[in-house]
Design a protein. Structure first.
Lengths: 309, 309, 309, 309, 309, 309
């Protein structure tokens, strides 16, 4: 099986992988690079400084401009639109075009618009009609104009974790190294009070605490794992959602009661998002602050996980 | 007059009605079906499992994917974009594609994006640039991202109904089987009070009441008619808009005062929408609850109406 | 046992009942009337046009001005202060002084101030330091400046009624002729919905409904009984408190859920108060409106009750 | 110098200290006890079961009822009014009257009303016209109806503590055993973040945390000292005021920033009040919960302090 | 007719005017001064450094302490209470007592409490039970704890001025030198706009403007007249009430629309109060700023007015 | 250099300027007019009644319908979509199509949608994915669905003007004929007050004032210059942004304090926008109202400016 080019297509490049198909009225310029088993549909236009990986689908009506980098297994929906100049004026050309990167496995919805200079993370899912104005982290689902993260893909459970503890013992989550705690809560005539004993009711004696507050609802926090440090999260006011990921399983939970605690052990990737406007997140850490303890690159995190096994 | 196919078009199907025109750079696959007197403009792409009715216009830059059903007299604006997979990933194909249906007479605005599996109701008007994420009822006008209903088309009166009763008698609306009531209201120094006598001031002795509350402002309620049951609506807090339709006349009114009552007799199609955040809708029903009494399909409703005549 | 007058008191009237005591430094003018078994403490001053019933206590430092009517069994705390002129100016006298009436069994707290022309209802309890600017209904407890009703006295249960129904059957209250209903409630993805079938789930087929809304939180509503009409109350938005009274038992409940219903049969005295700012009270009545069916005077209500027995 | 009794006064007791004066139209019953150097002004009435300390002033128009205990150096303003029955009804006497205690040095403002069964703490200052409905802690200043604490008297500094730390070291307060910490705060474009290391940035490794939230603005919390336990307070949302007292110095500070920490060592009396409606107070405790570790009586606290020296 | 002293009263002063009456159990110390035609009721106590004018009424249970100055025609209601020490402690005496002044014609309601050092303005009306914590301007009506101004007495019209202009001409108010203007207002679909031409639509060409904003709702502004300067007031946001007074007539109006203008000519006393929280008052002045042009003392204003006549 | 037409393009018109290029799969109808040095990219479709100026870029996937007027130097991004019928229905044609005009130098972002009948002003910048539902003024930057102005392009300073006056003298702005004033502001314990003397502190004696209020946040006001009239702007409540333009320099400032004044002399183009919901703009004008003094067309303004030089 070799490359197929429709007779009505114009394919000027020779750098095309095996089993890739180019359909009618598509036009590909001379220096573009396209991997194997790709599908380039009708009315697509591809400029010169474009690299496309393997098994990529580009649906009809899409243009890929100079500066685009599309990794393997990406899906680009029909009429999805890219740019490479932030403030385009006719006949005025920037010194170099902004590079847009679509990471492995990502999906760009039909009619979505991607502003220039943006990176779409691994396996991210851009909704149809979304207008993407900032970088999209791995696995994020984004919709709207401007695009907002509404959740994450590839979760092991279809629904967020729901508290089922009836005792005061902690509850092990599906994600390795994560535990849910329901702390005692006392409500009397005067006010509410929630308390926990370190080392007995809580899983460790903390060496550090920190508070997170005033987080805009569309902001994403965390996005890292620790090498040695454990954390214990309590949303003491308002609510937020937490995504945890051990490299194999991914799970989401809502911290919306001050008595809900979440323990996150080392080598668990964590993200907090969808904060309510009044949210205050209290975190206990088992270790002193050490910038070297942070893993901030998701690919590096996956490598570390696989080394451990 | 027979079918016209531009020399630069690729038309692989033979199932095309009379007087239909296919323009330059359009590409139609072998098994597509297209009715008569259609206009398929430049750069359109049509897959195999697509059925298009008569007198349909498909403007430039549109793709119609497997699973699309386009009824008669539909207008599809330029660069309007469809999908047939909710979570598309490259090289991963669902067992069957979601079917999108565009009902008779509907209009899809320029650059609109229609998510997969959606039905656009009869004569609906989708605004330019709208992103449609849920079914659109007949006659609805939708704009925005995500798309929100802002009104209805084909109304018999250009403006919403305005109360003109000066007596305490009910006022017959243009829609057959719908009556407006202005219930007595007493306002004294202390508070407001509105009251009504069943069977004398109100048109029937109810067998049931229900309350609708906490409705998000973008939700649409109702969308059905009854075979035997009459209803009496009062928006006792906040406001909502009501659309009523006897199959011939369509009319809209704003329930924004607790003393405004709306009687809806059997075989009147009713929709409530645009609830204020604090709205509480009180409904009296003349019959006990009976799921068999509901007509939920608008076409079935139209048939029932015509049988009666 | 006869009247006792302390040697240091000045008692100019002779219209004093048996066993009444007048203490030191009190001063009672010539035309005042005082019943039997009263206790008039030190430093009290009583003018001429004052009538005091039997078994009344007037603590130290109180003055009773022309126009005061004090019924049997009233308690007037120390330094409680009365007036008989709304806009007093020195040497300017109104044609007649405003009459203040303290009904049987009422209690005026220490240091309370009662504005002129006010009636304090039977068994009412005026808190220490309260400033009373409007009439006080029977049994009401009032505190603050200006005085606000915070509850009612003489309740049969120390706490408000609490729902204990586990079935869908109604629950009989301690007050004769009052029943609590927990209506079915359906909560789905879209909104909340509560419904009831008249005549089966509800106790009667109503002939009338009325809505009460926009009630300031300090306003008192109801304060009447019906001769023939039954009522069914639902607080469909917000909350209010309901006091019911069969002449023997008095009970209070909080209507704070749309699915809570309260049936009030004829000859039950009812009061609603403490409305939340968004409250809407829906009432079903078993009879058409008939002003002759209302009993608005509490004493008349008590007489009617006793006749029935 | 011996006791002076005005000829127009009625003084039936003989238990009066030296140099005390009783003025005109005052009336003191047989079993009352009055200390030395007191001043009992015109129109005062004192019952039998009343004990008054030394150097007490009772201004005109005041009555002291059975059950009142007035310690040394108390000032009671004119027309201030006391009670000894919560729900007084004429001719209905409780088994025993509620005892009201006015601690040493307290001042009761003119026209104030004190409800029964209340203790006014040492040196407290009750404003003119205040209506006191609950116990008043030592040194508190109270005004309004109902009375609310607006501050404290006898502070070592005339103004609240103001942060002057420029380093990250803690700042020793004037009150022994209390330290102010300014925790690191990082403010970037996205949000605010404040953090602290236990045992290094913070003074101890906590064994317990608790959260205080939903506190009505008029509530007073704390009012105790610990024997062994240290506490570290952070107001992580909103604000509250903290009063600290080592038995000699008293100081107030405003916790209105999440990065402000307050360490309170054992044997420091602490009070928190004036919570904002959204306040969440986070407290770290150095010890596990032990009810025996609490000192809840201020006099006991003072004794313990003096023993230590 | 000469002075009357009740046999049970103790009157140690001889400085009492003709026709004044002193009633039972009243006690007046040796250096007090009391005018003619006064009425001093039972149980009143008057110290030495007290001056009382003519035709003053002091009702029962009142004490007048050293430092009180009571002008002619004042009414003091029963149990009204005064103070002369801001932070009273037993046996601690200030060097001099704070002076409290009650101006001519003022009325102190029953049970009111007046804090020390306060002046109550001419003809002011203090409501029953009010607690007065700051000076009260002439004619003000004050109620509550703490006392707040709710209006003014002695108005020429019983109701606030209501706009009746139908033309664009200004409307002369009952107060001499005050004119109401309704400025043109244009309201279109986009926004509101109000405008005025100086010298034609407005009465003068301004030399100065000033803006008043962020005024707490309980604050009183103005309280002065001008000798030469005219003013033109527009409340361009929110609302405030304006009291105007030409020395004979007094009138109140509500400025609650940006197109309502009020011209105040020289020698008109003006007060603005009851500002809404968002109020912005725009004032045009006919003259440059000149501190000598202000008349800030109401009595001085009255004198100037009478000189003019 | 002459016109280039790609062999796979269909170019039916002959009205094409020099050096213009038409690329593959583009289709241009017979009566279209295209200027010189244009670039018409792949898959573009151009109808007959279309005029395109010089140096225009039309990126891939764009259609230009009958009625479009594109002036010189315009950039139209890929898949940008136009319409010429407000309520399109298949086979129903309006008498004439709505004309859309893209003024000189404007830029239409990728995937933007422009509703019919709209004018996009000179040098305006339409963001990628924006949906334009109303006219766009010159230089405006617009994003979102529906499109909202977020700022203006071509400003002489990259940031809004910041007040640097330390004296009370006015500060000359970069835009000719515009001056910033910081009016005196007095802030005391009670309230704020800002004032100005006309003719000394302010630059002229006004003949007129007007107030602008209740402006929806997305509305644009002003958009004109005056021939003779000077204006002085104060935002006395809330805030708004002001853009000023002397034909050469353009500058933006934020009026967010009542003491900030902006003088705009004749022949300065001014725009106010981004009003806060509570904003009240007070404007003093040096001349009486004269509709002939307004220049409302920006091109006419530019001509007048150039004549002056």
């Amino acid at each position: 099986m070799t490359t197929f080019v429709h007779p009505q297509a114009i394919c000027e490049t020779e750098k095309i992988g095996k089993e890739t198909k180019i359909w009618a009225f598509a036009h590909i310029l001379r220096n573009a690079t396209i991997g194997k088993q790709c599908n380039i549909c009708d009315h697509v236009f591809i400029e010169n400084d474009v690299c496309i990986g393997d098994r990529v689908t580009v649906k009809c009506g899409v243009q890929l401009w100079d500066g685009l980098r599309v990794e393997d297994d990406v899906f680009i929906g029909p009429n999805a639109t890219f740019c490479n100049d932030k403030h385009p004026r006719s006949k005025q050309y920037p010194k170099s075009f902004l590079q847009t990167v679509i990471r492995k496995g990502a999906s760009i919805g039909a009619g979505a618009v991607i502003l220039p200079g943006i990176t779409i993370g691994m396996d991210a899912m851009i909704g149809a009609g979304a207008v993407i104005t900032r970088d999209v982290p791995p696995y994020a689902k984004v919709v709207g104009n401007p695009g907002r993260i509404t959740g994450y893909t590839n979760l092991s459970d279809s629904k967020p974790f729901v508290n089922t503890t009836t005792t005061e013992e902690s509850e092990r989550l599906r994600v390795n190294g994560a535990y849910f705690y329901k702390m005692p809560k006392i409500k009397d005539l005067r006010e509410n009070l929630s308390a926990g004993e370190f080392g007995s009711q809580l899983p460790f004696k903390p060496k550090r605490y920190f508070l997170v507050f005033d987080v805009p609802s569309h902001k994403i926090r965390g996005e890292h794992a620790h090498k040695r440090c454990s954390q214990f999260l309590l949303c003491v006011k308002g609510s937020c959602r937490v995504l945890i990921d051990d490299g194999k399983n991914r799970q989401e939970m809502l911290l919306d009661k001050p008595e809900y605690g979440l323990e996150i052990k080392p080598l668990v990737w964590g993200i907090q998002y969808d904060y309510s406007s009044d949210a205050v997140l209290l975190v206990f850490a088992s270790e002193h602050y050490d910038s070297a303890d942070y893993i901030r690159d998701y690919n590096e995190f996956l490598e570390l996980i696989s080394e451990k096994e």
